[in-house]
Every structure is written in structure tokens, then in C-alpha cells.
Design a binder for this molecule. Sequence first.
Ligand code: ZN
Length: 457
Amino acid sequence: MTGVERAGSGVAAELLEASSRYIDEGIFEGAASVSPIDGRVGDFGGGVALVLSFSHVIAVEGGGGLALVDTSSPSLAPRARTALRTWSDAPVRTIIYTHGHVDHVGGARLFSDEAADAGEARPRVVAHEAVDDRFSRYDLTHGYNALINARQFGRRAALGVGQGDWPTEWVRPDTTFSARMTLRLGGEVVELRHARGETDDHAWLWMPDRRIICGGDFLTWVFPNAGNPQKVQRYPGEWALALREMASLHPELFLPAHGLPISGAERVARVLDDIATALESLVTQTVALMNAGARLDDVVREVRVPAELADRPYLRATYDEPEFVVRNIWRLYGGWWDGDPAHLKPAGAAELAAELADLVGGAGRLASRATDLAAAGDLRLACHLAELATQAAPASAECQAARAEVYRARRDGEVSLMARGIFGAAAEASAPGSTGGPTGGPTDEPALPAGPKGEGD
Ligand SMILES: [Zn+2]
């Protein structure tokens, strides 16, 4: 941490200069460059600061204390608080959750305890009304969330990015709203607006006097996390509508919960429009194919993000992927059935695999064909055969070794954190000495290659 600077210079200016350059010139210098989480504090003037973390913590002065927008994750909140306290020692009066994901709410306990230790009242916690239901769902599915989070983040969980241990306690909101709510911080009006997007409980903030939007996870400098394969339903179409509504307000400064802040009305508008257009395009293409009677397989194969948008520095698929978003659109407007009648009430996977292994002369044949296909670069097909081989002969060391090899190659060929996490966990489960559990991350994975966006997203 390099500490605090005043408005117009230092960290805030540096971050805005970087985002302007990346956006104006279309430069992408890697995920880490657009998603700093290093604990520095940017002072944007007028009593607004942003602590770079996972999620960021945005602080607004007013009303004899601070309002915080998001609180970072349990593991990174202590560092974020220390950084925040180099900027202001005013008590935290209000905490606003943009949504209930762990990397946004996980630090609330720390700030609440800080107030108690100082003899101050517990901060008021403001959120959309669905946040409380989310926490209850997390309690109901605690084991599942702990497993998928470890798999999604792989080694990052152990690095303290993402949550290795899924929380069991939540600071539940005490002030909730449905569509909109107006807060007063000192003399200033802050509007909270709800929209579904990454989650069903999302809120974003509009400060009309300063023309600032705090956008939560609606804009995160990665392709929108609207397809996450292991999580509940997401809302790409409504996400785009929210971005259009933000643009209609002509904000001059956009402070996201992940990634770089963006300044300049025209620049903010352009980014919002690009992301909305990308999402709208996926929705339109997918729905058109559904209406024409296509199977999910055809839809996944045909729908693409317009090429000119896919290369934007804020739309890289380093975290989630358009292919996964397409599946979520199918799930939102259709059902779980993919249109293949054999998949409606299928044979057991092991039964089908044994039948195919018999047909080709043994599971070993499937395994060796899998490694051949992988070597030839057809990793999608190779994974099917490797999976069939180990389903037909789970005790075969040869088949397990082939599966580990194929999924290692698959992981190395992927860019998104989601795909790398799942393929890496598969490789690990078939590696010699593995207990077969899904939580082991690949050991040779570089730190944070895919963009450090936090979870439970
Ligand atoms: Zn987030």
C-alpha cells in the first residue's frame, strides 16, 4: 500500500489514466492490469475514496461518518480496513451491500466490530430485500458452496482470494428496499436502484450531485459473469437493461466493485453501451434459435459475441465465458432439458460407458484415443473419451492417467477462471495419489492469471 493522496493526483489519477488509455486505445495488458486488488486507496475528491481490494471498498463521507459501499472478502477486509483508515478515521455509520456475494459482504463483521470497540452504534446495513434470502440459501447449501468455490478458484482459495472456507455467519441487512431507495449522507442524496444481473439481489448507486455511479458487479472489466456454470440463475437481458439505465443518467465517474474506475461521460457511456450490446446480442441470438426449435447443442455451437466487442479490454472472457452465458439464457427462458430425447431419462453414465468400451474393444482403447485426440488438439472430443474411459474402468490406472493428462492439457488451453478451475480439478482428481476430491487445485497455476474477481459470485 502506498497510502493516500488528494484528489487529482496519485492513485486515483493513476487508475483513471490507465482506464482511459485502455479504453481509448483498446489496449489489453493482461487481467491483473485491469483488476488491481493491491490495497491502495484512491481519493476521488469531495469525500469519496476507493480501496482496491476483492471486492473494492468505496467510502463516502457525510452525516458525521462514513458510508461504505461493499466491504471486501473476509480474508482481504482487514487489509482494506487498514488502508481505509489511512484516509479517514471517521466512524462507519452505514454499510451498503451491492449484493450478497461473499467478496462484497464478508468484511461487514470487521467494520461492525470496529464500531462496537469504539463504543459507536452498529452501522446500519442497507441492501436489496433478496440479500437475506441469499444468506439463508447459503446456509442451506453450505457444503455445496464450499466445494464449488474451492473448485472455481483452485489455488486462489489457498492464496486468500476467493473463499477457502465458506462462511457460516452473515451480517444481515437491517434496512432493505425493493425497487429504489433514497439515502441522505450529510446533505447529499444517494439513490439506490435494484436490477437483476449477476444476481437477483443487486443494487447500484447513483449520486446525482457528483454524477457518480457505484456499479457493483454490473461492470467488472471481464466478460459479464452471467453464465457461471456452478451457480444459480443469472439474468443477462436485465443486466443489459440496467447498463442502459445507468448510461441514461450520463455519469461522469464510474466506480466498479472490481477493476478500474472510469472517468469522462463519453467514455463511461461507450463502455456501458458495449457491454450491454454484447449481452443483448447473446440473448437475441439464443432466443431466436430457441424459437426456431433448435437444441441446446446447436445453440451453444452457433451463438457468438460480435467479434469487434470480444476484444475490448473490458470484455475479455478471462473469468466467465459467453458460451456459459448462452446456457444460462437457455435455462432462464427454457428448462433444464437440452432437446436431446436420449437425455430426458438417460442410462447411467457408467452403463453407457461400459457399453461403448465393449464395442470398441475395451476402456483402454477409449483412453488411448483420448490422448491421441488431445495431442492433435481436439480437446473437446478428447475429454469425452477420457471421461468415458474412466467411467467404464474407474480402477484402471492407465485410464485415470490418460484422463489426468487430457484434462491438464484442457486446463492449460483455457483462458477463463471458471473453465480452468473445473478442468484443473478433474485433472487433479485422476492424478496419482489423489483422493478424488474436487477441491484440489492445480499446483503449477500462476497466481491470479485470470483476473482476480471474487466470489461467491
Ligand atoms: Zn464481486
